[in-house]
Design a binder for this molecule. Sequence first.
Ligand code: G3H
Ligand code: 13P
Ligand code: ZN
Length: 309
Amino acid sequence: MPLVTTKEMFEKSMKEHFAVGAFNVNNMEIIQGIVDAAAKENSPVILQASSGAIKYARIPYLRKMIEAALEEHDIPIALHLDHGPDFETCKMCIDNGFTSVMIDGSKYDFEENISLTKKVVDYAHAHGVVVEAELGKLAGIEDDVNVSEEDAIYTDPEQAKEFVERTGCDSLAIAIGTSHGAYKFKGEAKLRFDILAKIKELIPNTPIVLHGASTVIPELVEKCNKYGGNIPGAKGVPDEMLREASLSGVSKINVDTDLRLAMTGAIREVFAEDPSAFDPRKYLTPARAKIEETVAHKIKDVFCSSNKA
Ligand code: G3H
Ligand code: 13P
Ligand code: ZN
């Protein structure tokens, strides 16, 4: 089947209470690991590329590799721009076959975010492409947010309703306590499910997106560290919380860090065990297998999207 937008998979996710995994891609092994897992689980999947990933892999390569994935597998696959920084980048992706784009206006004030998002929505919709927008700020522990600032960074539910109505965006990324990278929490992991519930109450038909949602799987971190890495004190969102989010109205869950850790740990292990190895297939084969295993676990045990293709 050809590339799809996220429209149908999100409608199904809201009706049947599961989340679609959105995995960041930038090379062949990552793409293959993800789609092989999704196909085995018979799950829809979103492949997303950031502007950094596009710069690295280059659009024609990304597109052709994803075309190859569609040739091999009969599952719904959407190609999405992750964190589009401006209108021009969104337009470039829309003009080059992406079926979904994110315009990340979260760094702007409310009105500016609305006008930028609306501009992208108008162009995207005229070309059959869907748009994810973001409202709220994803602060990590490195941002050192104090308690009185906390409420200001979470997404305000009333504002979310107004934002969606005024922009016409197709899905909305919200801030409820997640953050990007491997260091998400200092102490206990905590997400504001009360805010999610309020947002779902006010805009029940808008698919909700969770960024910064890697678990920072302890086994993957340990493997990196065991074989020469230095990633101390890393902490992510526990599987139980992501499962709860998947069952409570989150339609798209973004994962990049866990894939980076899976790949890096597998490669480090090969080099540590066999310093004479220098054939890339020798270390990229286990790296791809670890990505497939990691994605399959998320789809099956966490996002509940197996057999939802
Ligand atoms: O949310 C950001 C993603 O992890 C992509 O990261 O901009 O380094 O490609 P990147
Ligand atoms: P993680 O860093 O938690 O994997 O988040 C990825 C993400 O949100 C991509 O947009
Ligand atoms: Zn993100």
